[in-house]
Design a protein around this ligand. Structure first.
Ligand SMILES: *[C@@H]1O[C@H](CO)[C@@H](O)[C@H](O)[C@H]1NC(C)=O
Ligand SMILES: *[C@@H]1O[C@H](CO)[C@@H](O)[C@H](O)[C@H]1NC(C)=O
Ligand SMILES: *[C@@H]1O[C@H](CO)[C@@H](O)[C@H](O)[C@H]1NC(C)=O
Ligand SMILES: *[C@@H]1O[C@H](CO)[C@@H](O)[C@H](O)[C@H]1NC(C)=O
Length: 618
């Protein structure tokens, strides 16, 4: 009796093959075809599109199951030669699952087509309008295997291709796009959510309901909502090219193409190139925050200036951003300042020339003269572009803020929090730093091949107490897997490094606040993480520091400094101590000068941010 189920299965399978499978049966209601690897005969379908390496056919006998795609790709560079869109054909072939990297979702296709018969020609081909003729795309979650969210921990627990869950296209974005694999669809009123890549591949939204839309037309990632409703318009099937000059918020004519898993993402491969109709007129306003020129209100900016070297073509543009949009803040946290020889790997670590060149350019653009403070790294020990020796640096306006008891540390000197004798009121009673500026615990393994935080203590004009800053650039997400990938939840690259870095950075700040709970402390820079993900939750818990976006209640959609794949997102933050979080003076904003700009006008891959704070102390 034990063998009965196997016999039944074999019998059923032979029967269905004899009756010829429908395209829906071949696709099945999961990611991987139940017929993967098997030969199939007499598959009937209407040709809806032709591409350079194959054709797409749609079932003439559809089922009513929303989880089973009615269309499929037939992979062959020759099959389309004598066929036309509108032909109904039958063919034999082999069901294949294809991907070009082992972290990608598979494409179900029919390969090695043969015995192709044209049954009729000139049939009408009607694309399905997404959200009208199909379900609307889910707007929040990607996969039932994400355990509640793409940032669920631990990540990398399962592969879609191995678990092969039954598709739920009403709940999960990947299931939705998979349920339309091979289908000819129309996106109505498509709108770009970021600049395209160099090939013109363009992330868009259609006229369906979306969540997280920001003022510039992108969609912003939020806690447990990473926008699976967006889709890439990939390479046109007719060999034309999508424009590369579009930007966030630009609109296009309705676009029709086939849904195809390619290069690790669900794409719509359009029949012909995107045609822009309306260019976004949204603009970026310069900051309106105004310094009082003394401790009662100073402006503090932060900007990752993307591998800035003395000869960088973008250096004058960075200076112009600082002058025009940031309005020359009193104190500026910079990240990715390269050494004086840029990426040349020659042992040079000094950034004096880089910083002097930048300061000169800002003076030329604004008339404002900055001083700078930084600590050179050990050559090639801090990651980033090889030979570039990126580091954080401060620019400051000495007439408003100056280093308090300066004593610059070297690359391997660990600055320590030093309690004042008596720990009393006034300047003399405040904690100081043993090296100012100085690097935090540079020997700690948490910083292997990464940037050590740059701590400093300052006094603003008129202040009764110093204030403290930590300029961070934590490990990047390199090595992670994509939100459209096979691995679930997706691997958040270098998560363990950032967890350790959160602990070291947070513990250092906790020491200052243990000595002086009312201290004004600002930690800012490129944390390479989102505030709602564990490393930053942990940093906040250890240090008592508050996300300034939370403190000033920045609308959730405007919390972004970076555009990556489908999401506008915030890798850059300012965290402040409770005294600053509760101060009535405190203001904060992100200036979307880069995430919004078209490719030719992008100066850095990050947007700058700016705050207004009172740092007089009491
Ligand atoms: C192929 O399938 C169709 C139904 O889709 C059927 O009418 C036809 O007889 C089949 N042809 C062969 C050769 O089995
Ligand atoms: C997912 O698939 C990859 C590539 O085949 C494999 O290396 C990895 O171990 C799989 N992960 C799990 C959790 O099974
Ligand atoms: C950089 O400038 C600082 C002070 O401005 C100076 O002490 C240091 O020697 C300079 N370094 C190099 C390599 O020129
Ligand atoms: C932080 O690091 C200390 C050692 O420096 C360790 O004892 C502690 O468990 C760590 N905390 C977290 C939350 O990782």
């Amino acid at each position: 009796m034990k063998t009965t189920p196997v016999v039944c299965w074999a019998f059923a399978s032979l029967q269905s093959l004899a009756a010829a499978l429908t395209i829906a049966e071949i696709n099945g209601n999961k990611f991987i075809s139940p017929y993967s690897g098997q030969a199939v005969t007499n598959i009937t379908g209407l040709i809806t599109a032709k591409g350079p390496n194959g054709i797409w056919i749609r079932s003439t006998t559809p089922d009513t199951d929303k989880a089973t795609s009615e269309s499929i790709y037939v992979f062959s560079s020759t099959v389309g030669a004598k066929l036309a869109v509108g032909d109904i054909i039958s063919l034999d072939g082999k069901v294949a699952e294809y991907r070009s990297a082992n972290t990608y979702i598979y494409l179900t296709e029919i390969s090695s087509p043969k015995n192709v018969l044209v049954l009729s020609s000139g049939n009408t081909v009607t694309p399905l309008a997404i959200g009208k003729d199909t379900l609307p795309p889910p707007t929040v979650q990607y996969s039932g295997l994400d355990a509640g969210d793409i940032y669920g921990l631990p990540n990398g627990q399962a592969n879609l291709s191995q678990v092969n869950p039954v598709l739920d296209p009403t709940q999960y974005g990947l299931d939705f796009w998979e349920s339309l694999s091979g289908e000819l669809v129309t996106v109505r009123r498509p709108q770009a959510i970021k600049v395209p890549n160099q090939y013109g591949d363009t992330w868009v939204l259609g006229d369906w309901a979306v969540t997280g839309k920001n003022q510039h037309g992108g969609v912003t990632m939020a806690d447990k909502d990473s926008n699976p409703e967006s889709i890439i318009i990939g390479s046109p099937l007719d060999g034309t090219k999508n424009p590369t000059s579009s930007k966030m918020g630009d609109q296009f004519e309705d676009i029709t193409g086939v849904v195809q898993q390619t290069f690790g993402f669900y794409n719509i491969l359009p029949l012909t190139a995107l045609k822009p109709t309306t260019f976004s007129s949204a603009s970026v306003n310069p900051s309106t925050f105004r310094s009082a020129g003394k401790c009662s209100a100073i402006t503090v900016g932060s900007y990752n200036v993307e591998n800035l070297a003395p000869t960088s073509a973008h250096l004058p543009k960075v200076a112009a951003h600082i002058a025009t949009y940031l309005k020359t803040p009193d104190l500026l946290f910079l990240q990715e300042i390269q050494d004086d020889s840029g990426p040349t790997d020659d042992g040079v670590v000094s950034a004096n020339t880089t910083l002097t060149t930048l300061v000169d350019a800002i003076r030329a653009a604004s008339g404002v003269s900055y001083a700078f403070a930084s600590v050179d790294p050990v050559a090639n020990a801090d990651g980033g572009q090889p030979g570039g020796n990126i580091r954080q640096a401060y620019l400051y306006r000495p007439e408003v803020v100056s280093l308090y008891k300066p004593n610059p540390g070297g690359p391997t000197d660990a600055t320590k929090v030093v309690a004042a004798k008596g720990n009393g009121k006034g300047l003399g009673g405040a904690p100081t730093l043993s090296f100012n500026p100085g690097r935090i615990d540079p020997g700690n393994a948490a910083w292997t091949a990464s940037r050590k935080p740059l701590a400093a203590v300052w006094r603003a004009s008129g202040a009764r107490r110093p204030f403290y800053t930590v300029n961070v650039h934590w490990s990047s997400k390199g090595g992670g897997t994509s939100l459209h990938g096979d691995v679930r939840p997706p691997v958040n690259g270098a998560l363990a490094a950032r967890m350790a870095q959160a602990n070291v950075t947070g513990s250092f700040i906790a020491e200052i606040l243990a000595l002086d709970p009312g201290a004004n402390v600002i930690a800012a820079g490129d944390f390479n993480e989102f505030s709602f993900v564990q490393p930053l939750r942990s940093f906040s818990a250890i240090s008592s520091m508050v996300d300034l976006d939370e403190a000033v209640k920045t609308p959730a959609e405007e919390r972004y400094t970076y555009a990556f794949d489908m999401n506008a997102q915030s890798l850059d933050h300012m965290y402040v101590s409770p005294a600053l979080a509760h101060s009535k003076v405190t203001r904060f904003e992100h200036l979307h000068v880069n995430t919004w700009a078209k490719y030719a006008d992008v100066v850095s891959d990050h947007d700058p941010s700016i705050a207004l704070v009172a740092v007089c102390g009491c």
